[in-house]
Design a protein around this ligand. Sequence first.
Ligand SMILES: C[S@@+](CC[C@H](N)C(=O)[O-])C[C@H]1O[C@@H](n2cnc3c(N)ncnc32)[C@H](O)[C@@H]1O
Length: 260
Amino acid sequence: MDIVEHNRDAWNAEAEEGDSPWSQPASRTAIERARGGELSLILTPNKCVPDSWLGALKNKDVLGLASGGGQQVPLMAAAGARVTSFDNSDAQLELDRKVAEREQLEITFKRGDMADLSAFDDASFDMIFNPASTCFVADVRQVWLECIRVLRPGGRLMTGVMNPAYYLFGKDAHDGKAALVAKYSLPYADLTSLDDAELAALRKKRWPLEFSHTLEDLIGGQTDIGFQIVGFYEDKWSDEATPLNALMSTAMAICARKPG
Ligand SMILES: C[S@@+](CC[C@H](N)C(=O)[O-])C[C@H]1O[C@@H](n2cnc3c(N)ncnc32)[C@H](O)[C@@H]1O
């Protein structure tokens, strides 16, 4: 099946339903604060990205990668960055577009798959901001390859990723409907780890399909191609994963620099 098309439809549904925390447009107050240099951005559900990672954004070329939804992209634009919002979901991009219109912000929009950034020339951006989303892509190393290509020397990739251990237990355990018992081997993928009936149920609900990846691909995949890891923190997941949150952090944020 075509994962990119399935996940496009799934995220369109999520954005149109309107209750996903990842699809809540930034408030006027948050935009005003960003204009004044007070920027609160997230790569993972709860912790804010440290100011030291972001630096001064004014006049920087920033790629919001899989960052649609009306949140981080308009905030970075309000802080003075020249932002391109690249996302696979038409509806997530539309949310960014609406906030841009409301706040008279100039943002460039492009729809597509983050594993293929051929729409952009080499060395086009000073920074890539990629909130937790590589779990929707089969080959995360391909995403890192594209990121290092489109970054300028000295540019930074900031990415939120899931701790692969999150995927040991299954979706019912995440929301407390089943015990936290290891059920799947890693790396997990909805496509290959679930049985036919479970997969059909996910597809019927129009939920996005996910991949856990290995730590070797998530972190080693960056260092293998020359990225230098210059920052790292862990975070809890949002409420839906409450039982697991009591036991471990389930998300991680990585800041990587392209040498030069
Ligand atoms: C958890 S949300 C992050 C966006 C959120 N609004 C934010 O600002 O943090 C994940 C995003 O990844 C996007 N996405 C999923 N698969 C993608 C792909 N293959 N290429 C580009 N974007 C993708 C979704 O459309 C969605 O907007």
